[in-house]
Design a protein around this ligand. Structure first.
Ligand SMILES: Cc1cc2nc3c(=O)[nH]c(=O)nc-3n(C[C@H](O)[C@H](O)[C@H](O)COP(=O)(O)OP(=O)(O)OC[C@H]3O[C@@H](n4cnc5c(N)ncnc54)[C@H](O)[C@@H]3O)c2cc1C
Length: 587
């Protein structure tokens, strides 16, 4: 990020989604160039906060290792996080918080994650999802009552959506809240895998309030109320020190004023929280990648084999370069998303999904490559690699699995490409309101021709970019048009049954991910060049490499829309599923 370049506030199209525009072949320049600068106030505060975080967390490597092994974060340590104000990062100053923007908050999580992922989880589950609902949808009374205590960390918050029968299909939750004659509610049910579940004083709970098919309502529930309890700390693969528990509600009486965001509006509240919170996860992933790059470069320089440092070998250098490309691309995307959120854009759910999918995949690639460079050492628990690999695995599972988010990216883009098709539009909206219903609701409409003008035509980035970025620019211009043609093809070929065409949806989603991430990367490299950043040439090189790699992936995805082995793949899966085992042996 840089100081001087800004996206002029008046040029940003707040009502438009740059990612969705790609599906009609349009590169929404106003929302992509120049790369946004971090705000002056954030920069000022971040300097102090980042320094304080390093001061507090530096030298605790052995503690983090022990807490990982013991699956425990000591209360004195959590008190230290409170004392540093880390529970009040995004709470407005008037309520006792630091009032950081979304971008600055993500940058704080980059710093905590560069030390330990479980620390980020404790802070992140509180701010990104636990109490975000009160910030986004709380009444003035709710904000006044809860935010000051949440800012000081006297209250820690958790987000309670998932149940044993309701994971990705979150709309199928069975926790119920029944309205009583006096206007209060009675809550019954059990939530699983709740981050901060064992240490929270405040839960944002989602419950069904009108029969099994009925609406969902969000509630602010206090842990101290009768009938609220939590289970034991889960024994997890990664982020082991972070508290994850069952949270149970047995005839819990909730006052009427603790409905959050309106009766029956719970799903909207949940999705607004998750979309708005994605920069926290992305910022954390970037922090992990920066640590991995630091570890891998040191290891490669110090470790000698065949008479020289392994850093001299092409296959090691290739891994280090790829980690740099992944980290720069993820960082550029996460802070572009933060800029949209902080600038008051209305429609950023697709960009949020892209940023979450890319950043979570990228850190897992980086973790594997860094571990491979360290090889035997990487496998030993004495070194930090295996913990980072375990810790980062969760990122493609929670806050929406990467599969569900890829389907969302594909469908939300196609919805815009087929804008006038109200049925298709409704189906995509429904994926979040009711995922199962959403995926299936369009059957019966097949056969009708869904010819849609895709707006193919606008294709050039007008901004003058650095000459080194010319090829990358052409790649993204070309493939934005290819994506529009692919979208048109899918809508014509499959009509509304496209919602069930997961192989095809994944391909267009991956093209959109490559395009949006690539354009963020290109924009940032160009702005760094304009600003005379000392490492601008390397940034341009990274942007060009990303574009080349993306071009090969996008070409493959376009080709495989029509030439593929999908039928065989589906058949092999069917065979395995039917048998429930692998049939062959060599004896
Ligand atoms: C450590 C941890 C912390 C968590 N913290 C919280 C928290 O604080 N609050 C909270 O509410 N929840 C939390 N969760 C729950 C988490 O959000 C869910 O695990 C997640 O939503 C996925 O649900 P599931 O695990 O039930 O997987 P499932 O939904 O059963 O999915 C299983 C697999 O099937 C795929 N799949 C499912 N449906 C489809 C479909 N329609 N099309 C294609 N593929 C599909 C999925 O992508 C996945 O690969 C946490 C989970 C963990 C492990």
């Amino acid at each position: 990020m840089n100081d001087t370049a800004t996206t002029p506030a008046d040029s940003l199209r707040r009502d438009q989604s740059a990612a969705k525009k790609l599906f009609v072949g349009e590169i929404l320049e106003e929302n992509l160039f120049p790369y946004p600068a971090i705000r002056a106030r954030d920069r000022e505060i971040l300097g102090t906060v980042v320094e304080a975080i390093d001061g507090f967390l530096d030298g605790k490597e052995q503690d983090f290792k022990h807490w990982d092994r013991d699956a425990h974060q000591p209360e004195e340590f959590i008190q230290g996080l409170r004392d540093m104000g880390l529970f009040g990062l995004i709470i407005p100053e008037e309520h006792g918080g630091l009032g950081l923007s979304n971008g600055a908050y993500a940058r704080v999580l980059t710093q905590t994650s560069s030390h330990d992922a479980s620390v980020s989880l404790t802070i992140g589950a509180h701010s990104s999802i636990g109490m975000k609902g009160i910030l986004l949808s709380g009444t003035p009374e709710q904000r006044a009552k809860y935010l000051p205590k949440l800012a000081s960390g006297e209250y820690i918050a958790a987000f309670c959506l998932t149940e044993s029968g309701a994971g990705s299909d979150a709309a199928s939750i069975r926790t119920t809240a029944k309205k009583n004659a006096d206007g209060t509610w009675t809550l019954n049910g059990e939530k699983i895998w709740i981050t901060n579940g064992g240490i929270a004083q405040i839960y944002t709970v989602f419950a069904r309030t009108e029969g099994t098919d009925g609406k969902i309502t969000a509630f602010i529930v206090e842990a101290a109320w009768p009938g609220v309890s939590h289970g034991a700390h889960e024994d997890k693969m990664g982020i082991r020190a972070s508290s994850t528990t069952v949270v149970s509600f047995s005839d819990v009486k909730i006052p009427a004023e603790n409905v959050l965001g309106g009766e029956g509006k719970g799903f909207k509240v949940a999705m607004a929280i998750l979309n708005n919170g994605r920069t926290g996860l992305g910022g954390g992933a970037v922090g992990g990648m920066k640590t991995l790059i630091r570890l891998a470069t040191r290891q490669a320089s110090e470790r000698r084999q065949f008479g020289q440092p392994i850093a001299n070998y092409g296959l090691v250098r290739e891994k280090i370069a790829q980690m740099m490309v992944d980290c720069f691309a993820a960082e550029s995307t996460v802070w572009m998303l933060a800029h949209y959120i902080d600038s008051g854009c209305d429609d950023y759910a697709t960009e949020a999904a892209i940023s979450k999918v890319f950043a979570s995949d990228a850190i897992q690639r980086c973790g594997q490559e860094a571990l491979q460079i360290a090889a035997g050492n990487g496998f030993m628990r004495e070194y930090p690699y295996e913990q980072i690999v375990r810790d980062s695995r969760i990122l493609s599972i929670f806050e929406g699995t990467n599969e569900i988010l890829r389907l969302f990216v594909g469908l939300s883009g196609l919805k815009d490409a087929g804008g006038s098709l109200s049925e298709l539009k409704a189906a995509v909206d429904d994926i979040f309101n009711n995922p199962i219903k959403g995926f299936g609701m369009l059957s019966g409409y097949a056969g009708q021709r869904l010819s849609q003008a895709t707006g193919v035509g606008r294709d050039r980035i007008a901004s003058r970019l650095h000459a080194d970025l010319g090829e990358a620019q052409k790649t993204f211009e070309k493939y934005a048009l290819e994506l529009a043609k692919a979208s048109d093809y899918l809508l014509r070929r499959f009509g509304k049954s496209v919602v069930d065409r997961q192989f095809e949806l994944k391909r267009v989603a991956d093209i959109a991910i490559d395009l949006f991430v690539g354009l963020c990367t290109l924009s940032r490299a160009n702005t760094l060049s304009v600003d005379g950043d000392p490492h601008a040439a390397q940034a341009r090189s990274i942007a060009s490499v990303f574009a080349q790699q993306a071009k090969r992936r996008m070409a493959g995805n376009i080709r495989r829309l029509t030439k593929n082995e999908d039928k065989e793949i589906d058949g092999i899966a069917g065979f395995a599923l039917e048998r429930g085992s692998y049939p062959w042996d060599v004896i």
